[in-house]
Design a protein around this ligand. Sequence first.
Ligand SMILES: [Zn+2]
Length: 210
Amino acid sequence: MHIELTEMLRCPEPHGEAFLVMSTGEMHGRMVRSGILGCPICRREFPIVKGIVNFAGKGKGKTGNAADEVATLPVSPFPFPAVDSETLQALLDLSGPGGYVVLVGAAARHAVGLAGLMGGIHFIGINAPGDVEELPVLSLLVCEGMIPLRQTIARGVVVGSDRLGPDWLAEARRVVLPGRRVVIEGEDVPVPVGLTRLAAGEGLFVGERR
Ligand SMILES: [Zn+2]
């Protein structure tokens, strides 16, 4: 995980947002390879192992959700993204460097292609497939049922075809900045409240946050 991402994170427990406290172990450049993140409100702790932040462990207040077996995600049967990087960049309406783009589930596979088109953007993969590795431009987070980021911090969000449930779509809307876009790798999806539909077709839905 890129160390500057720390201030964008939030605890997955249903309490107010607060900055997590980082205790770093091994660093590799600006990437934290091992360490612990602590929540100052509920005192939960989240380990960083091999660069990946794990928010999915058991903690007090945890409700549990058998539908989200993030620790045992199979490798996607679709090794190649359904949409090419140039198209995705255009749909996200991304130009200029800086900021964060969130890639949920199998959409993490777009990080390398998008990074090749746009320098200076940091990508955040949520529950990425097991064969997607951390990169200087890509931080990986694992969490059950929510995106462990503060609200309205993302310049764009792409939701992969393996994460099309209403919870994930509502989370995508929560973290994207007003006026910015969410691209969903599915057409017949329940449009989250607060997203304006811009286009749908060819297996994709494009929405803009109001
Ligand atoms: Zn907490």
